[in-house]
Design a protein. Structure first.
Length: 144
């Protein structure tokens, strides 16, 4: 009987510890270590509808370093643009914010994006970006 109560208590405790919508429920790696990787897009959803990945989408990569440095590679025709910036957790580590500053055709750009973390595993990252009330992107990322 004691073991049944212990198992029930542990199960309830672990299920309430789940930080992100799709997990994990428990991890022995820090959130920084799980995020630290170079990621590429596996699947893209717009308002819960799967999108066909373009060549540019398939060439996109984002790197999160534990030091807070972020590197974003985006396709621009046959070229690849590389921007170095920073990232940080916000909202009790439920969101990640990226910051990139660069010049686009002579115009300075400050690009700040806030993603809600849906899933944060060592080899599976899911981020949601709310553009507006009617436009929400969800990115399913895997290590590059």
């Amino acid at each position: 009987m004691k073991y049944s109560i212990l198992i029930l208590t542990l199960t309830i405790y672990l299920s309430s510890c789940k930080k992100y919508e799709e997990g994990p429920a428990l991890s022995f790696r820090s959130k920084e270590k799980r995020l630290a990787n170079t990621w590429k897009i596996k699947a893209l959803y717009l308002n819960d509808t799967a999108q066909t990945l373009s060549d540019e989408d398939m060439r996109f990569e984002i790197t999160f370093e534990e030091t807070g440095v972020s590197i974003r590679k985006t396709a621009n025709g046959s070229n690849t643009d590389v921007h170095v910036g920073s990232w940080k957790f916000t909202d009790k580590k439920e969101k990640v914010e990226t910051y990139f500053s660069y010049t686009y055709f002579g115009t300075p750009v400050e690009d700040i994006t806030i993603y809600t973390i849906i899933k944060l595993k060592e080899k599976d990252l899911r981020l949601q970006e709310k553009i507006s009330d009617t436009e929400v992107y969800e990115y399913h990322l895997i290590p590059a």
